[in-house]
Design a protein around this ligand. Structure first.
Ligand SMILES: Cc1ncc(COP(=O)(O)O)c(C=O)c1O
Length: 431
């Protein structure tokens, strides 16, 4: 064990688990440089964060320039950086979501949006979330998270009135008929819950990830000819005057090949959450909504010392500018196709986007853009593939309740060659 790791064990809390016993001394583009003198190809991008790679020079410069002029004032005064960013978000967010509250992380965005929903719907004390959802680790967000019960163990009782219903994974079945039946079944079970257990008039909000993240990189039905689950939720919420919250903390900011995953479904939420990929690795989160709803929250009804700090906001503005200027989403879509077609050619039936009589048993690929799941038979296989890749200098992360999934979430600017190297290493490991 290196001296650095010994000091890590000596002084840091072990509560934050680490995927690798690797000490990074530098990170640039798609690579992390280890204390061991090796260069690692990073297929994790800091858990779907570094959209334009580690330490993009223009993002670094924007951070330095802002730090030199003003690092922090908090809400003592107004400042242009968060105003400029909120204006930009209004342009790229779906529908008429025009006003943003900034915070520091995904979990804070979740917590803030729940307070917001409570404020907008006084007296409605129930919330609907989904099994397999991950919304973060703060005390509030943990109550909405259900991707692994281990995340909740020891912390009960959490917030009350949160009901986790089923999230349909159409990629678990292969034929179109089975997929349609599955969605129908989940819709019936969902509606039945409101006839039996919880009256819809007591529900403030439904919170859903348009594409589940930690739960296994599962797009909601609505793509590839399946019934639109998000539209079903939208219609249900409209009927009962319930707020619809999309948690796009992981799926947002071009990760799926559009600004937000909901753009693939053509469904607009009432409140949308962002964080992770928003600001090039600087801590920043936010929730946005329509002006008339946001103005229901008067000054002082929510707050944050650091939320939307000028340095993070300038990093975010530069990042969004690069994504647009360099047509980064074209690369996301091309690299995504590269992954699907590579595995389909090596392992016929691996591409689960198209229904089939049977999909490949060894490996299945699902997802959108560069938020892709490689689904293996079991966790043991995943651990072997990850270990092989690590030996070859490629960093891969798992996800999913049962640990049988590798998620590919490289930076959105990853080159064809670098991505291919990772794919070859994975195919080698499977072989
Ligand atoms: C969908 C989603 N929501 C919320 C969070 C929590 O974000 P953070 O870790 O920044 O608190 C995550 C983190 O993985 C996430 O994927």
């Amino acid at each position: 064990m290196s001296d650095t790791l010994k000091r890590d064990a000596e002084y840091l809390s072990p509560a934050l688990g680490r995927a690798f016993d690797l000490v990074a001394v530098k990170a640039e583009g798609s690579f992390i440089y280890g204390e061991d003198g090796k260069k690692y190809l990073d297929m994790t991008s800091g858990i779907a964060v570094n959209q334009v790679g580690h330490a993009h020079p223009e993002v670094v410069q924007a951070i330095a320039d802002q730090a030199a002029s003003c690092i922090h004032t908090s809400c003592v005064v107004h400042y242009p950086a968060n105003i400029d960013l909120a204006e930009k978000i209004a342009q790229i967010a779906p529908g008429d979501l025009s006003n943003t509250f900034f915070c520091n992380s995904g979990a804070e965005a979740v917590d803030g949006s729940i307070k917001f929903a409570k404020r907008l719907k006084p007296g409605r004390n129930n919330f609907i979330a989904f099994k397999g959802a991950f919304h973060g680790r703060s005390l509030g967000a943990t109550a909405f998270t259900s991707s692994k019960s281990a995340y909740r163990k020891f912390y009960d009782p959490l917030l009350t009135g949160i009901h986790h219903l089923g999230f349909p994974n159409v990629y678990n079945v292969s034929s179109q008929e089975a997929r349609d039946k599955l969605v129908d079944h989940y819709q019936k079970v969902f509606l039945n819950y409101f006839d039996t257990a919880v009256h819809p008039e007591t529900v403030a909000a439904v919170i859903v990830e348009p594409m589940q993240g930690e739960g296994g990189y599962i797009p909601a039905p609505g793509l590839d000819g399946t019934k639109n689950w998000l539209q079903f939720l939208r219609d249900f919420c409209d009927k009962h005057e319930i707020l619809l919250i999309f948690d796009e903390v992981q799926s947002g900011v071009a990760r799926t090949g559009k600004w937000f995953a909901s753009d693939h479904y053509g469904v607009v939420p009432d409140i949308q959450l962002m964080a992770k990929g928003l600001s090039g690795g600087m801590p920043l989160g936010g929730f946005c909504s329509r002006k008339e709803l946001m103005y229901e929250m008067p000054p002082g009804s929510h707050g944050s010392t650091f939320g939307g700090n000028p340095v993070s906001c300038r990093a975010a503005l530069k990042l969004l500018e690069i994504i647009e200027r360099d047509n980064v989403m074209d690369n996301v879509n091309a690299r995504s196709e590269q992954v699907f077609s590579f595995f389909e050619s090596k392992f016929p039936g691996a591409d689960t986007r198209k229904p089939a009589d049977e999909h490949n048993k060894k490996i299945k690929v699902r997802g959108l853009g560069l938020m892709l799941a490689l689904v293996f038979e079991d966790a043991e296989t995943v651990n072997k593939v990850k270990a092989h890749a690590y030996d070859k200098g490629v960093l891969l992360l798992g996800c999913g309740t049962y640990g049988n999934i590798i998620r590919l979430a490289p930076d959105l600017t990853v080159t064809e060659e670098n991505l291919q190297r990772a794919l070859d290493v994975i195919a080698e490991a499977i072989a």
